[in-house]
Design a protein around this ligand. Structure first.
Ligand code: NAD
Ligand code: WQD
Length: 339
């Protein structure tokens, strides 16, 4: 049966947004995408069109521009909104905190205002495991308290969640999804991550090193209190992150008004940086130049999700394992570099 949902996806040309648009369309949802292309490229939308065989209803709009959003909402009857649009670099946020608060918090408030005027109640928000900092208990579940944010970026996610919890009382139904470490690319290699400049994140750094764009990967620290001394994270395939959003829409449909809840979106499996590096070499057969360096300031030692809550509420499970995720990341890098 064809779904009657019409979903607005903000930041839909970005990494997680574009994979989510694919999953939404494959599940039969009608989708409209808004993105200002400040941190992405239109060719990703073309990639989505190639995967789905459908022209995307794309609008180059800034989510801080309430007039343009209002116009779009007047022309469409959206059933729900997924709000990905934000800046996401921890380092950059330390240098430009104001622009992070303005864009990440400002765009959410602008969007909520417009949704309220047009009586669109359902919102799925991109939050982050960064809201937990270094949790006291691992795996971390949703009852863990927010620690003081390590960066302005992390702080914007905490503030946005707080706003949403309060604003839900005005008739909204809201879910925040706390992503752990999304990696990989669509199995078709038609869409994937487009890091800007030198990547901060591990997997794009690994694939760029394997592609000889970077000379060497530095593993930041091997003296942590973990099995091999390197940090532990919860790496999750971006298409699995994406599919959870499709489930979140159905979940919100079943809730009463004034609803807010937050869910971890991770695999529940802790993987160390060195384990990931070894798995990459194993699945790709590529020799990776890496060495151990000093710790990176601000890194938490170990964090991975307890995903029980989302499993039970959404009936969602991951489809891809670490090896597949890394292979897809590598296939995407090769495609980008014509290797
Ligand atoms: P991304 O940078 O690839 O995508 C974000 C998209 O939003 C980009 O296409 C950008 O051009 C657009 N955008 C930014 N500000 C905008 C604005 N004001 N108006 C319109 N478009 C705007 O990032 P991503 O990895 O896809 O992340 C999506 C969301 O998930 C973000 O909110 C991010 O903070 C969150 N998140 C990401 C990760 C991760 O590791 N990738 C982890 C946790 C949470
Ligand atoms: C993972 C591990 C590094 C690069 C960040 C944000 C978080 C969320 C996800 C948005 C760490 C190590 C990395 C390298 C390395 N994003 N590493 N060499 O720090 O877990 O989380 O992205 O919400 O908010 O903070 O991800 O990929 O940067 O690092 O050894 O060249 O890999 O030290 O232990 P992180 P990451």
């Amino acid at each position: 049966m064809k779904s009657t949902n019409h979903v607005l996806v903000t930041g839909g040309a970005g990494y997680i947004g574009s994979h989510t648009v694919v999953e939404l369309m494959e599940a039969g949802n009608k989708v409209t995408v808004v993105d200002n292309l400040e941190r992405s490229e239109y060719k990703i939308i073309e990639g989505v069109e190639a995967i789905t065989g459908t022209k995307i209803d794309f609008h180059k709009i800034d989510c801080l521009d309430s007039e343009s959003l209002n116009q779009l909402f007047s022309q469409n009857k959206f059933s729900s909104v997924i709000h990905f649009a934000a800046f996401k670099s921890v380092n950059e946020s330390v240098v430009k905190p104001l622009s992070y608060y303005k864009n990440n918090v400002g765009s959410l408030i602008t969007l909520l205002d417009v949704m309220k005027v047009h009586q669109v109640k359902d919102l799925i928000f991109s939050s982050s495991c960064t809201v937990y900092g270094q949790p006291d208990h691992i795996p971390v579940d949703e009852s863990a308290p927010f620690k003081k944010a390590e960066s302005p970026y992390g702080s914007t996610k905490q503030v946005c969640e707080q706003i949403l919890e309060e604003v839900a009382k005005e008739g909204f139904r809201v879910v925040s999804l706390r992503y752990f470490n999304p990696i990989g690319a669509h199995p078709s290699s038609l869409i994937g991550e487009l890091p800007i400049g030198v990547p901060n994140n591990l997997v794009p750094y690994v694939t760029q090193t394997a592609a000889k764009v970077r000379e060497k990967l530095t593993v930041f620290g091997d003296d942590y209190d973990t099995s091999d001394g390197s940090c532990v994270r919860d790496f999750i395939h971006v298409s699995d992150v994406a599919s959870a959003h499709v489930k979140a829409i159905d979940y919100l449909n079943k809730q009463k008004e004034n609803f807010y809840d937050a869910f971890n979106l991770g695999t529940g499996i802790g993987v160390s940086v060195l384990e990931l590096v070894k798995k990459f070499i194993e699945v790709t057969g590529v020799n990776l130049n890496y060495s151990i360096g000093p710790r990176r300031s601000g890194d938490v030692e170990k964090v991975y999700a307890d995903p029980k809550k989302i499993h039970h509420a959404f009936g969602w499970q991951t489809k891809y394992d670490l090896g597949q995720s890394l292979l897809h990341a590598w296939q995407w890098e090769k495609k980008l570099r014509n290797i």
